[in-house]
Every structure is written in C-alpha cells, then in structure tokens.
Write a protein that binds this ligand. Structure first.
Ligand SMILES: Cc1cc2nc3c(=O)[nH]c(=O)nc-3n(C[C@H](O)[C@H](O)[C@H](O)COP(=O)(O)OP(=O)(O)OC[C@H]3O[C@@H](n4cnc5c(N)ncnc54)[C@H](O)[C@@H]3O)c2cc1C
Length: 351
C-alpha cells in the first residue's frame, strides 16, 4: 500500500517524485525500459525536438537544477529561423535554447529521485478502481504478469495519450489530437540549424528542422485523420524544393507521437478529480503555439508538490493557464494569420 502512485516518468512525473519522495511513500511506474542503449532505434523513446526553451530554463532554475554537460546533444542554440512558406518570407530570431539528448535528459531527472521511492520500469498502467475506503486499486502489467497495488493518491504523468486522464474524463470529447511525425537523418554536412516552418497546406500547427549533433530531425505536428502521412511527405518535398538538402540515403528512422493541443484552456486542461491528479502533458499542459512542453511539465509538478488538493492545485496553476491562454490568443493569432504574420516578421519584433 502506497501514499502516492505516479504513472509516467517523463519530466513531469520524475520531477514530482523528486520533490515529494522524502515526504511520502511513493511508487512510480513507466512502460519504458529506460536502460542505457547502444543505438538510437528504441521504439519507446519519446519523439521530441529536445530543445530547452528560455521558459524551461527558468523552471529548471526554480528547481535549483543546472543542465549537466553530458546530456547536451550539441552546442547551445542561439538562433531560430522561421520559414514562412505561404508568404515566401524567412527571418531569424535570437533565442537561447539548450539542445539536449532527450533520453539522457529523462535519465538525469529520474536519477535524482530519492532512493526510497520505488520505481518499476517496463510496467504499463492498465486501470484504476476506486475502493470504498477512499483508496485506489491500480492494475499494471509488468512483462506477462498483471500486478495490483493500492494507493491514496494517483498521479497521471503519462503524457498526451494519458490513460489516467481517460479514466476520469466524463465525456469522450477531448482537446484536438495531432500526430507529430519526425524523421531522423545523418547530419553529413555538420549543419547547425533550427527552423520553424509555417505552411497551412501542411498543418495549422507547425513543422520544424532541428540539427542535433550527428543528426538532423525533420518533423511536423499534423491533424490526426487528415492524410497526415501524405502531408508529411509533401513537407519533405517542399523543403527540398526550397533548396534545403535532405539526402534520403542518410535516413535513419521515423518516429511518431500524439499531441493534444489545448486550444481552449478551460475545456482542454484537466487537472484531475478527487485524489487523482494530472500533471504535464497528461493534464493538457503544452504550448498550443510551439508545442514547448518542458516548462509546463516542471511547473505543474512544482504546483502540485505544494499541496495534494484539487482547489490548491488549481490555484497554483493559474499562471500556467494564463500562459496557455496567451500562447493561444496572441502567439497563435500572429503565427497563423497570414497578414499579421507577414507584418510581424517584417517588423523584426519577437514574442
Ligand atoms: C515531436 C515533439 C517535439 C517536441 N519538442 C519539444 C521541445 O523541443 N521542447 C519542449 O519543451 N517540448 C517539446 N515537446 C513536448 C514535450 O516533449 C512534452 O511536453 C514533455 O515531454 C511532457 O512531459 P510529461 O512528463 O508530461 O510527459 P512525457 O514526456 O510524454 O512522459 C510520459 C511518460 O509516461 C509513460 N507512460 C505513458 N503511458 C503509460 C502507461 N500506460 N503506463 C506506464 N507509463 C506510461 C511514458 O513512457 C513516458 O515516460 C515535443 C513534443 C513532441 C511530440
């Protein structure tokens, strides 16, 4: 029997486990194996750009953490290019990102969890049942075995496709679902480039090119069910036509992952119910304009660590909701309105 069960050890779950690990008896489970790997072909790895934004850097500072050198994938990024294929415009912003190896980043955060916290890898959360005595019975699969544990609090930190979230949502309606598709290529020309691509013919979200040391990542967040794979191929063609060299012979792997885009901060963010709480992407906390998610994962874990009560958590998360509202109503409008974007890019301003 545990005080808290945390499902998912991405940035949100591992941060909460670290912050509460010495106060409570905690059990964490993650479906990933999270063992040191020799190659980059692990299907369970999170599909991610691995850029630590200025907001996420501030959150890490609040947590008292400095990014260690061994998780950096390549030099600090100091510029972000925006390619606006619709208006045929290109511009460059100066922004500081850390460019990290996502797997090592997750391992670094997990390694800081206090040793008394029990962690089970390769363990998939299956379902939760409320008991009469205000306890939850949790079922999970480890290998071929189904295991059961009981807990007072359940935390869903299980990302965009959160099963914990599904178990508490009353209606089937949820935030719009996108699929992020990302191709990895060898970085044969040693390019140092970070590009955000805006083109409504491909997606009403955005696409990107990120160099990551030995690799180049080309990705896009596409609406589910709208020929997403064909549109992704079209994106690759458009990038090539624009003069950027993508050598198909250097293709390494394709990744895919869902993103829930919180276009309505009231409806699309779900913080939990009773003694079940959601943090990070499971709660719908991710930027609806850029898909930046680390700062939201860290900030929601910090907010929940201050008190395991819905009213308190909701109060502590007000600023985060406001940021999502801002990203949706100001940044998104500037990004997705052709005329305003053209004016904005030409003005040289930045948000
Ligand atoms: C293509 C793409 C690119 C991105 N690029 C960036 C970027 O450059 N910068 C940035 O800040 N953000 C980026 N994001 C967003 C960022 O990756 C997420 O917001 C962040 O990882 C959320 O952290 P989390 O801990 O909430 O969830 P996750 O990182 O998704 O972690 C969830 C964890 O739960 C586990 N899990 C899931 N289901 C179960 C289950 N049933 N049982 C047990 N375990 C389970 C998973 O294995 C995983 O470890 C990107 C997202 C995508 C899709």
């Amino acid at each position: 029997m545990f005080d808290i069960v945390i499902v998912g050890l991405g940035p949100a779950g591992s941060t909460l486990a670290r912050l509460l690990g010495e106060k409570y008896k905690i059990f964490c489970l993650d479906k990933r194996e999270l063992i040191e790997k020799e190659n980059i072909y692990n299907k369970m790895d999170k599909c991610c750009g691995g850029l630590i934004s200025e907001d996420a850097q501030k959150s890490l500072k609040k947590l008292g953490l400095n990014i260690p050198n061994n998780i950096i994938a390549c030099d600090k990024v100091s510029k972000l290019d925006v390619w606006d294929f619709e208006n045929n415009l290109k511009t460059r912003y100066s922004k500081i990102f850390y460019n990290i190896d996502r797997y090592k980043f997750d391992k670094w955060l997990i390694d800081m969890i206090p040793k008394n916290v029990r962690i089970e890898y390769n363990s998939r959360f299956l379902q939760v049942e409320k008991q009469n005595d205000d306890m939850y019975k949790i079922k999970y699969r480890k290998g071929n075995e189904i295991e059961e544990i009981t807990t007072k609090y359940l935390i869903g930190a299980d990302g965009a496709n959160s099963l914990v979230r599904k178990s508490i949502l009353k209606s089937k309606e949820d935030a719009p679902k996108y699929i992020a598709i990302q191709n990895w290529y060898k970085n044969t020309s040693n390019l140092d480039i970070q590009v955000s691509i805006i083109d409504k013919e491909i997606t009403d979200f955005y696409s990107w090119i990120i160099s990551k040391g030995k690799y180049i990542l080309v990705g896009s967040a596409l609406k589910v069910g709208q020929d997403s794979h064909l549109k992704f191929e079209k994106l690759i063609d458009k990038i090539k036509e624009d003069g950027f060299k993508i050598d198909d012979d250097t293709f390494i792997k394709k990744q895919g992952m869902h993103i829930r885009r919180p276009v309505n901060p009231t409806k699309d963010i779900c913080l939990g119910d009773g003694n079940t709480f959601l943090i990070g992407e499971a709660a719908g906390l991710i930027s609806p304009s850029s898909a930046e998610g680390y700062s939201y994962a860290f900030d929601s874990a910090m907010a929940l660590s201050k008190g395991l009560r819905q009213s308190e958590y909701s109060r502590n998360i007000k600023k985060i909701r406001l940021r999502i509202w801002f990203a949706n109503n100001i940044k998104s409008i500037l990004t997705y309105n052709d005329f305003l974007r053209k004016m904005f890019i030409r003005s040289g301003l930045k948000v």
